[in-house]
Design a protein around this ligand. Sequence first.
Ligand code: BES
Ligand code: MN
Ligand code: ZN
Length: 493
Amino acid sequence: MIEFSLRTAHPSNTRTDVVAVAVHEGQKLSWAAQNIDAASQGALSAALKAASFSGRAGVVLPLFNLSGVTAARVFVYGAGNATALSAKDARASGRALAAAAVEQELLELTIYPLADSAQDALDALRQMVLGVSDATYRFEETKGTSAKSKPSLKRVRFGLPESVEAAAAAATLKTAVATIHGVEFTKYLGNLPPNHCTPARLGEEAKKLGKSHGLKVTVMDRKAIEKLGMGSFLSVTNGSDEPPRFIVFEYGGGKKGDSPTVFVGKGVTFDTGGISLKPAADMDHMKWDMSGAGTVFGVMKAVAELKPKQNIVGLVAACENMPSGKATKPGDVFKSMSGQTIEVLNTDAEGRLILCDALTYAERFKPRAVIDIATLTGACVVALGSHNAGLFSSNDALADAILASGKKVNDRFWRMPLEEDYQEALNSNFADMANVAGRDGGAITAACFLWRFAKKYDWAHLDIAGVAYKGSGKEKGATGRPVAALVDYVMSL
Ligand code: BES
Ligand code: MN
Ligand code: ZN
């Protein structure tokens, strides 16, 4: 775990392994770069010229042994042409600086975020913490005998201009650090192989988190889930030998009677599709089908560290979706906890079957808002790709608040339609509804299915199928999205 802190010393006399200062396109120096340049009698700007430094965001130029500068190394990082870094550029800079520090096996990095105003400095600082996390996160628990990466980068410090109030800086840093604790936990659970990350393991991780972070945690087994009448959820577990879990996190920072925000996560620890079996190619990606649940874990962890004065509940429905002689067959009808019956026409549309019962369970908290998070449909990936998650909501103010948080921390959503016109496609001759409609508008009809169970409160549904993980390449793995956006949403309430 990297230790983050703030410091006030000027860049030129900061004692650290490396000082990072920003330079714009056109080789225009930030205040911190000016400070180094003055102390070194123009050595910094001379080096920029010699290197034809472009100033593009994400570029890092290392300089060594500048006279008049305490730190032996200076990293000049590109700041683009804006006066303040965009959220995206600040994160890219944080990532590039941390990657360069790791490569040079440095233990300590001191970053001077680009700032024209105090608010810019705080926003940049927050994004840079996320960027440092991006670049330093590793999942090596199951690497076996291959060499693990060397330990490096123990401390990251941020130097802020005097115009920034110390209390505001400390609060921003705290939020950012709690956010990456959440993001990294979500990544960890997602990256665990599916034979490790079973529903039972999620139950154990929940209890562990409850103990370490002072959250009330209830983990229900099959018997308790049966007692609740969650026939839809349980229908998904029929083919699996792994017992399901229903997990309830309760954080009580508000007054006793205050209506909580409820987060609901899809926790399918492996989705084979069931009898409606998926093709073999890339089926390993379906270990990330618990990413909605992982997001709830991450948000609860961050919330427990930040202690906002409000009540927050996290619900996770966890199971496996497997084919077997006992598995659900297309055409089977089940009764949900709400009393509504469902004809399962496609056993691969299982996410909605587990979420609908969790949404009914959420009613008992008399929530101010319910937000579910799910890797729900391939159709959402087709519609939006991997930059924006789909956002569906029955309430404009709720939707706007989530959209705003996503923009602010560059963990974005795009609002999709939620309209009664789409409901007809879910009609069934044998039950109150079918679990699938046709191919058209697949992300929307999935949301419409859930909506039928979310009529008693303000509700938003986040389809994160395209954003929760990277499916190939060097960065194959969980992204921890959308923990950052949801933590910002909670802290902005
Ligand atoms: N877990 C999948 C959705 C998914 C697809 C997540 C790709 C991540 C990447 C979900 O359970 C599913 O299989 N959905 C079906 C629904 C269909 C049968 C209506 C899909 O998207 O094909
Ligand atoms: Mn599926
Ligand atoms: Zn699924």
